[in-house]
Design a binder for this molecule. Structure first.
Ligand code: NAP
Length: 219
């Protein structure tokens, strides 16, 4: 039996990933949404309330999980607060974005560290928009981009820290995906990304890498 957490499982990529992983009755998933609601009913799935911008909420989430052992954590929950053509820095929006995409995600991960089994896999869902190698780089969505770039660095730092424990840490770029965040014209489907995540979990890969569609990509 494998057990793990997928944050942001109420919609989009998170929901598709829970759907795919819980098709296997040997996998148990704890999901999250900001209200604790979910649309999926499976005996091997439970959804808990989690607001990554709120430290108390993170503590309550971890307390509810209790003393179980974890084989994976998919840090999928994220926000994009900016308009797609916005390039001006707005400090409050920058802070709000970092609160969820970076600080809350790191706080949750650090609080869960004692629960991971050896050979566990932590996957941080970041973005091409958080990479230095983005081909069509522009000045838009600065808050979101900086939050994902910093999360990529956390992947590398945590991978080093957890080397001796044999825990793998990866970043995954889902590509532009049809969700509330990605919009209707995005070419990828949430289930495509769910397969990428499942494949990454099923393979014995080097830690501290950035993945896109099953291949290591440039940071
Ligand atoms: N879609 C794309 O094209 C794309 C591209 C690159 C990277 N990504 C990344 O992929 C991940 C999933 O994106 P998506 O497109 O599936 O997004 P989405 O459809 O907007 O879903 C976002 C999820 O995050 C949760 N969430 C929002 N605010 C939260 C908070 N304060 N605390 C905890 N959870 C919160 C939402 O829960 P509620 O339903 O309760 O609000 C929801 O489950 C994100 O990290 C995103 O940055 C997406």
């Amino acid at each position: 039996m494998k057990r793990g957490i997928i944050t942001g499982s109420s919609r989009g990529i998170g929901l598709a990933t829970v759907d795919l992983l819980t098709n296997n009755s040997n996998t148990k998933v704890i999901g999250s949404s900001t209200l604790g609601n979910h649309t999926l009913s499976r005996s091997n799935f439970q959804c808990l309330k989690l607001d990554l911008s709120n430290s108390n909420s993170i503590t309550e989430f971890v307390d509810k999980i209790g003393n179980v052992k974890l084989d994976f954590l998919i840090n999928n929950a994220g926000i994009l607060l900016e308009k797609w053509d916005a390039s001006t820095i707005k400090i409050q929006q920058l802070k709000n974005t970092f609160d969820v995409n970076l600080f809350g995600t790191i706080e949750l991960t650090e609080k869960l560290l004692p629960l991971f089994n050896s050979k566990a896999h932590i996957i941080n869902i970041t973005s091409d928009w958080g990479s230095f190698s983005e081909l069509n780089f522009d000045a838009f969505q600065p808050h979101y981009k900086m939050s994902k770039t910093a999360l990529n660095m956390y992947t590398k730092l945590l991978a080093k820290r957890l080397e001796s424990k044999n825990i793998t840490v990866s970043s995954l770029d889902p590509g532009w995906t049809k969700t509330d965040m990605g919009g209707k014209v995005a070419p990828r489907l949430p289930k495509d990304v769910a397969f990428d995540i499942l494949n990454l979990l099923n393979n014995d890969v080097d830690s501290g890498q950035f993945w896109y569609q099953g291949k290591v990509r440039e940071w």
